[in-house]
Design a binder for this molecule. Structure first.
Ligand code: GRF
Length: 193
């Protein structure tokens, strides 16, 4: 299945997806990286792996609809069938939601519906919860609100710092996202047959 990854940051999840595709754990080809932060580390990862990049600055467009139209044209030109958000720090608007309804997935570093939005790891740490985790869900118009596909809990120990918690969460993300993507892809493949 042809997929596009959207990311704005360091791209460690992007990297884990590339590696899972490479080792055939995920039956997909990564056709495109979409990045809204020109210069982000994730772009270097795409370049190194030979993945096409669509990099843009939202502020140079008149509206979200305007830049999503351009993204959509790129996705369609590459025949992308599934959008994978991996640290894309922006809400998806109606242009992409209408074109890719039910075919956009996101990963969030908490057990949703707890701690949606920015700095979920910091929110959980500051709240003093003893368990947080990772959620993978379908994307709708809300912030981290779509139907949940997979979750995994991460225990927070008394002595854990925020950095330790972050490391534990990332480790889970890098295994859970590829595994869940393969599940989503095989379901989509069955539904088109
Ligand atoms: C991850 O924690 C993901 O859950 C969140 O953004 C972060 C991206 O990290 N949505 P990275 O760029 O993949 O390292």
């Amino acid at each position: 299945m042809k997929i596009a990854v959207f990311a704005s940051g360091s791209g460690s999840n992007f990297q884990s997806i590339l590696e899972a595709v490479e080792s055939e754990l995920v039956d997909a080809s990564v056709e495109l990286l979409v990045c809204d932060k020109p210069g982000a580390l994730v772009e270097k990862r795409a370049e190194k792996a030979g993945v096409s990049l669509y990099s843009f600055s939202p502020k140079t467009f008149a509206s979200k609809a305007a830049f999503e139209q351009e993204i959509l044209a790129e996705l369609q030109a590459k025949g992308v069938e599934l959008i994978v958000l991996a640290g894309y720090m922006r809400l998806i608007g109606p242009t992409l939601l209408e074109a890719y309804g039910g075919r956009i997935v996101n990963i969030h570093p908490s057990l949703l519906p707890s701690f949606p939005g920015l700095d979920a790891i910091g929110q959980a740490f500051d709240a003093g919860v003893k368990v947080s985790g990772v959620t993978i869900h379908l994307v709708d118009e809300g912030m981290d609100t779509g139907p949940i596909i997979a979750q995994e809990a991460v225990k927070i120990n008394e002595t854990d710092t925020k950095e330790v918690l972050q490391g534990k969460i990332q480790k889970v993300e890098h295994e859970l996202y590829p595994k869940t993507l393969q599940h989503v892809i095989s379901q989509l493949q069955r539904s088109v047959k």
